[in-house]
Design a protein around this ligand. Structure first.
Ligand code: SF4
Length: 456
């Protein structure tokens, strides 16, 4: 299911064929559409549409263009809509100094009112900002607290500006312009938005994607935007659909998402296997306990799966390039299941990777590397620090001082036994990347720096 988080289906453009537009959206797997009000009348129509069509939800707001025309009665009428059951956001609101259709003072005053309304009702805010990012950020900064949440829609600014919106905890969405042939710089900016903060939108009837330029836009045309985002992020189309749907669900509370931990889950063309949530580390950067989500997959297991359950969850592994034992937990905590599943996968001729913290010997009380020989093609071991002291500080291993020397020995053993060995660190402050790279070089294995918070 896909979610279009910004549409204007109440506009006259859809008067003649709205039902056909919605039917094409359904065929394109658009399961929810947020219809965004731009005036009091448009907000009322959004609520009417939402009540009439199950996939449609309403956001209520007054566009900055009309800020100077908002009377007290208008505002009271808008506020009264907020309790309608399918109203799930406030906006679009913000600042537009490009068209300057209302004086800046009026725009800012009405923007403040929207933010207060949204926070009072614990709703996300849908923000429009054009040529006004300094003032927009200043106002948002005044309202920042645990209750400010929302999305900057149809972002078209710089990487520096988007960073500030992200620091405020906001989501970002890109509409059709991201597909334009001359939009290389916008696509570069999009790379700096973590996919966990990305939302999809069409802003229809405006901003049709490249393939439909000059035509009326509609929700089904997300199908032109998603492949471009997939290419920007180096992910698959289904990854972008799943992740953005999850993000929209978290922000707006609409759509469906899974809350049950997955045993096997796909990212790009790899299948990941989640054997356990147990781990002999408690890394400072690990979200295992608090937010076990990776690329829109929920990995919090209710119970550890048996070998049979893992094989059933994998299904036909034929189409995947690689099977990865990973998940939110240390796979060698379940060495017997890992080996049995790896044997099954090898019988199918699959390439297998193991992502591990390198504590397998300590966990199992014996050297385990020979048991992995011939099964694991690639092993990625988290080094995470240049010294035992730093490792203890960052990873808080249950094995205490024994952990780091055992990890180094495991890397040496892996180098002798497994075809491809890579060590990695996470770029948290205080880790000496050069020294870690030097250790990898000395051990004769590959080295990779992983971005903090980029998982999967
Ligand atoms: S080793 Fe991996 S799973 Fe274990 S605590 Fe660290 S980041 Fe989390």
């Amino acid at each position: 299911m896909i979610i279009d988080t910004h549409a204007h289906l109440d506009f006259p453009d859809y008067k003649a064929d709205l039902e056909s537009v919605l039917s094409r959206a359904k065929e394109a797997d658009i399961g929810c559409i947020i219809n965004v009000g731009t005036s009091l009348a448009s907000s009322k129509k959004s609520v009417t549409l939402a009540n009439r069509f199950p996939p449609v939800y309403a956001s209520i707001g007054i566009h900055p263009h009309d800020a100077s025309k908002v009377s007290d009665q208008d505002w009271q009428a808008l506020e009264s809509l907020v309790n309608e059951p399918k109203v799930i956001a406030v906006g679009e609101t913000g600042l537009d100094y490009y068209r300057n259709r209302s004086p800046h003072d009026d725009q800012q005053r009405i923007f403040h009112k929207h933010l207060i309304l949204a926070k009072r009702h614990n709703l996300p805010v849908i923000i429009h900002c054009r040529d006004a990012s300094d003032d927009c950020l200043k106002i948002l900064d005044e309202h920042k607290n645990g209750l400010l949440k929302g999305v900057v829609h149809c972002f078209s600014g710089t990487a520096e500006v988007v960073k500030k919106y992200l620091e405020l905890g906001l989501y970002v969405s890109f509409a059709g312009p991201i597909t334009f042939s001359n939009a290389n710089s916008l696509r570069e900016v999009a790379k700096s938005v973590p996919v966990e903060r990305l939302l999809l939108e069409t802003d229809c009837p405006f901003l049709s994607p490249q393939q439909k330029r000059g035509e009326r836009n509609e929700p089904a045309y997300l199908s032109f935007i998603i492949p471009v985002l997939a290419s920007i992020y180096g992910l698959s189309v289904s990854d972008i659909q799943r992740i953005t749907t999850f993000n929209a669900h978290i922000l707006f509370g609409i759509g469906e998402t899974e809350y049950e931990g997955k045993i096997a889950y796909a990212i790009r063309n790899s299948l990941y296997v989640n054997l356990t949530n147990r781990c002999s580390n408690m890394c400072a950067f690990c979200m295992r306990e608090t937010y076990p989500i990776v690329k829109g997959h929920h990995l919090g297991l209710k119970k550890e799966p048996t070998t049979e359950e893992v094989i059933n969850a994998i299904g036909d592994p034929g189409s995947y390039n690689e099977i990865v034992f990973c998940g939110y937990g240390e796979p060698t905590e379940r060495l017997d299941v890992l080996i049995a599943v790896a044997q099954f996968l090898k019988s199918k001729g699959k390439r297998i990777r193991l992502d591990t913290n390198g504590h397998g010997d300590l966990i199992n009380g014996r050297s385990i590397i020979q048991e992995l020989k011939g099964l694991i093609d690639t092993i990625c071991i988290s080094l995470n620090a240049e010294t035992a002291e730093k490792y203890e500080e960052i990873c808080k291993p249950v094995f205490g001082k024994r952990a780091y020397p055992a990890l180094i020995q495991f890397i040496k053993d892996a180098k002798q036994t497994i075809p491809n060995v890579q060590v990695s660190i996470v770029d948290v402050p205080g880790v000496n990347v050069e020294k870690c790279e030097g250790i990898a070089r000395e051990l004769g294995v590959d080295f990779r720096v992983r971005n903090y918070n980029v998982l999967g």
